[in-house]
Design a protein around this ligand. Structure first.
Ligand code: HEM
Length: 281
């Protein structure tokens, strides 16, 4: 894994940073662990409306995404025929490794969230974002709309179909769990964490324009690695230290890092066995 693509030795900033990729490689990975799909199936069976949502406005978009999924599947996927749209959305959520969100332009051309399946959210709730435009979806992210709101909307309006436009967001968590839904109230990072308790969490994202429906498919896949692995990679370690040192407080607070920032820096800078470190009181 090339950590430095996400952790360059540069001050923290908000950037679009898209690269071109292949739709099939992103959405039909041949390396998806079976236990990941089993976890998605369990979550979507136990709490369907927590992890999937659909608004009737998005039917044409969902149909186009299902056609895409069917055409990409290496073996014939389970049939979606006859299922109501919400159930189609849920069935696709069990088939794909990627979480997915469907965006539809409204009468003013503003993209709004009209459905999706998010089993592995990074501390946000799909239901709360439904029908919202991009700027409202991103309202919780300090400085994002000011820095990139116009660029994001412009990008959504003009992306060309047939390409997976890829970028990444990283964070740090106190749990290796894929599913960090806010209702689970999982432990957050603080000044007492040890190296073994911290994971670097990358959201690999893909945007795909859907030419027939005019919608957009947004996919999210996770890479979760122990902080100790980043520490062993000198370039990545320096990149993460620089990002932590230069991240504005509001952004660090949003990412759940603020109260742990100094501790994380100490852990990344310490020599030897970090488990012998005494936490600050
Ligand atoms: C097109 C370019 C986009 C950029 C540059 C971008 C950037 C970001 C960034 C920087 C964050 C904060 C993540 C973190 O630091 O942990 C974020 C959060 C988020 N983004 Fe995007 N994003 C983009 C597109 C989208 C799209 C298409 C959706 C679809 C709905 C989306 C949904 C979200 C959601 C739900 C969150 C979490 C918000 C929360 O915590 O309440 N983003 N995005």
């Amino acid at each position: 894994m090339d950590f430095t693509a996400y952790l360059p030795n540069r001050d923290f900033d908000l950037r679009m940073r898209f690269q071109k990729g292949k739709i099939a490689s992103f959405f039909q990975s041949r390396h998806t662990p079976p236990e990941l799909l089993a976890e998605r199936t369990r979550l979507l069976n136990e709490s369907p409306t927590r992890y999937a949502a659909f608004d009737d406005e998005g039917e044409a978009i969902l149909e186009e995404v299902i056609d895409l999924a069917t055409s990409l599947a290496p073996v014939s996927p389970p049939s979606f025929d006859g299922l109501p749209p919400f159930e189609k959305c849920r069935a696709l959520g069990k088939l794909w490794e990627a979480d997915f969100l469907l965006m539809k332009p409204d009468a003013e051309g503003i993209f709004r969230l009209c459905g999706g399946c998010v089993c592995f959210p990074s501390h946000w709730d799909l239901g709360e974002k439904m029908r919202l435009p991009m700027t409202a979806i991103h309202q919780a992210v300090p400085g994002l709309n000011e820095a990139l709101g116009r660029q994001i909307n412009g990008f959504l309006e003009k992306i060309k179909p047939g390409i997976s436009w890829e970028r990444g967001n990283w964070g740090l968590s106190r749990s290796p769990e894929r599913n960090l839904h806010p209702s689970l109230d999982l432990p957050r990072l603080d000044h007492s964490v040890s190296l073994k308790e911290v994971w670097w969490r990358l959201e690999e994202q893909s945007l795909v324009a859907l030419p027939n429906s005019g919608g957009i498919l947004f996919g999210i896949k996770l890479v979760i690695r122990p902080l100790a692995e980043i520490k062993k990679n000198e370039d990545a370690r320096l990149g993460l230290i620089r990002a932590l040192e230069t991240m504005p407080d509001e952004m660090a607070a949003y990412k759940g890092i603020l109260g742990a920032r100094q501790r994380l820096l100490d852990l990344l800078q310490a020599d030897g066995d970090p488990s012998r470190f005494c936490p600050r009181s």
